[in-house]
Design a protein around this ligand. Structure first.
Ligand code: GLN
Length: 487
């Protein structure tokens, strides 16, 4: 049986009814990994032995008649910048090639408490800095829809694993689009929760005021299910919000009647691939036919979002990555003869060029004399961007935009970094404003998946989940399997 093709909610039913065992399921997914991983390269590390032991434990629980959580016994994959006790966590960097964490991230603790299964750790752009996985020290992951193309990034490994059937559910992290953009490029569902919904404890910090962990899954129901497990306040993260976590699966109603969907006109202009535009126009017409009301809105500061982000994110990264000095942990150059020489050599050799570019940029914008001109100014623009959304939400319940202005592009490492940065234009403003955003499959352009982004008000994941679910159920885009073609 091809169990690896199923969703978590389908498999949960089968486990509870004892139609399948968790061990059987886990073997089935590892068999699939053995079959396709050489082409996809979604994983940095696999953990088969522990995964199978955990599966056997869940099977015993079921046999004993114990009630199990929705993700119990269902194998998932974890982005390799999320700390897993005893399981190597590299951030796809030479710097942390041999790091074995001594503690679990908060989300991992919660998932373990629900008796889920971790297949392994997935590839990412080094320290989550990038949009393609090409900056990974371990090599690029490939897009299961066409292996010559990037799967997106930085959570490209998590997205590729889902699209290729190498995991049932996965976790990514999103600082400027790293969950939603790879979900869009690979035909998956990816949600970045409201900033503070999920604890960042144990997610290796890139830009702390923007980072947020979230699920990448095959459908909206699974996204809501994973969200139910990972959300919640945590004493280890003072920015995690002490608010009640609803049961997100209850929001999954097939009904958008009366919902007001705003289309920010700035997101449908120059630079948008006409094929992506055509698919979104059709999705908008579908929503209208299903009873939603469409209104045009404006987010006037959108054009400043990318440059604002590329000041704030590197500034925070330069501070966060200062801890990797070859002293406490991480790669160390053993030939240096003095402490300063050792730090310099360790950082020079341990980090890749994109990470170094960001550290230098971040150090520059924070340096005395430039702080006011760059960092402070960027923080002021961030406030304007947040206010744009507040104004827009006075006229609608949610916003609909492309997730990315383009579909997946070739793996060749030739793209100018600046050109890649510009493609983050649809996802970055959502992080700057701290809002929840989901990417759902909206159709195909020349056989490649196109994602639609729905943006919600603060802490209103429920409305975007409901709208995403309604669209998904009216189409079968999420059911099409990636062909693993190309090459
Ligand atoms: N592509 C963006 C960047 O390179 C976003 C990355 C992310 O969300 N982690 O910074």
């Amino acid at each position: 049986m091809d169990l690896y093709k199923s969703t978590a909610h389908e498999l949960h039913e089968k486990l509870v009814k004892k139609e399948i065992s968790s061990v059987e399921l886990t073997y089935n997914v590892y068999d699939r990994i053995a079959e396709v991983e050489k082409d996809v390269k979604a994983y940095v590390t696999l953990d088969k032995e522990n995964a199978l032991a955990q599966a056997a434990k869940v099977d015993k629980m079921i046999a004993a008649g114990e009630a199990i959580a929705p993700l119990a016994g269902i194998p998932g994959a974890i982005k390799d910048n999320i700390s897993t006790k005893g399981l190597r966590t590299t951030c796809s960097s030479k710097m942390l090639e041999n790091l074995n964490p001594i503690y679990d991230a908060h989300v991992i603790e919660k998932l373990r408490a629900d008796e889920t299964i971790f297949l392994g750790k997935t590839n990412l752009d080094e320290f989550a800095m990038g949009s393609t996985t090409e900056t990974s020290y371990f090599g690029t992951s490939h897009n299961p829809w066409n292996l010559d193309l990037v799967p997106g990034g930085s959570s490209g490994g998590s997205a590729a694993a889902i699209a290729a059937g190498e995991a049932i559910w996965s976790l990514g992290s999103d600082t400027g689009g790293s969950i939603r953009q790879p979900a869009s490029f690979t035909g998956c569902v990816g949600i970045k929760p409201t900033y503070g919904r999920v604890s960042r404890y144990g997610c290796v910090a890139f830009a702390s005021s923007l980072d947020q962990i979230g699920p990448i899954t095959k459908d909206v129901t699974d996204a809501a299910t994973v969200l139910n497990t990972i959300c919640g306040v945590d004493a280890h993260d003072s920015t995690s919000l002490p608010v009640e976590v609803p049961d997100f699966t209850k929001a999954l109603k097939q009904d958008v009647k009366g919902l007001k969907i705003g289309l920010p006109k700035e997101y449908f202009g120059k630079g948008l691939d006409p094929k992506v535009d055509a698919i979104l126009k059709k999705a908008i017409a579908d929503y209208e036919a299903m009873g939603a009301e469409i209104v045009e809105v404006s987010l006037p500061h959108t054009e400043y979002a990318v440059i604002t982000y590329y000041i704030i994110a590197p500034a925070e990264a330069s501070a966060n990555l200062a801890r990797f000095d070859g002293v406490r942990y991480g790669y160390r150059n053993m030939k240096a003869t003095s402490a300063p020489e050792m730090t310099t050599a360790s950082r020079t050799e341990g980090f890749g060029s994109e990470v170094k570019r960001r550290i230098m940029l971040g150090t520059y914008v924070l340096s005395s004399g430039y702080y006011d001109a760059y960092y402070l100014k960027a923080m002021q623009v961030r406030t304007l961007i947040r206010k744009d959304f507040e104004e827009a939400f006075k006229q609608c319940d949610l916003l609909l935009t492309p997730t990315s202005p383009v579909v997946a592009y070739p793996i060749d490492g030739k793209m100018d970094p600046l050109a890649i940065y510009m493609l983050d234009v649809c996802t970055i403003p959502v992080n700057l404003a701290g809002l929840p955003g989901i990417s759902v499959p909206a159709g195909f352009a020349d056989g490649l998946p196109v994602g639609m982004q729905l943006i919600g008000k603060l802490l209103d994941e429920e409305t975007i989940l409901r709208a995403a679910y309604t669209f998904e159920q009216a189409h079968d885009y999420h059911k099409v399997m990636a062909p693993l073609g190309g090459k």
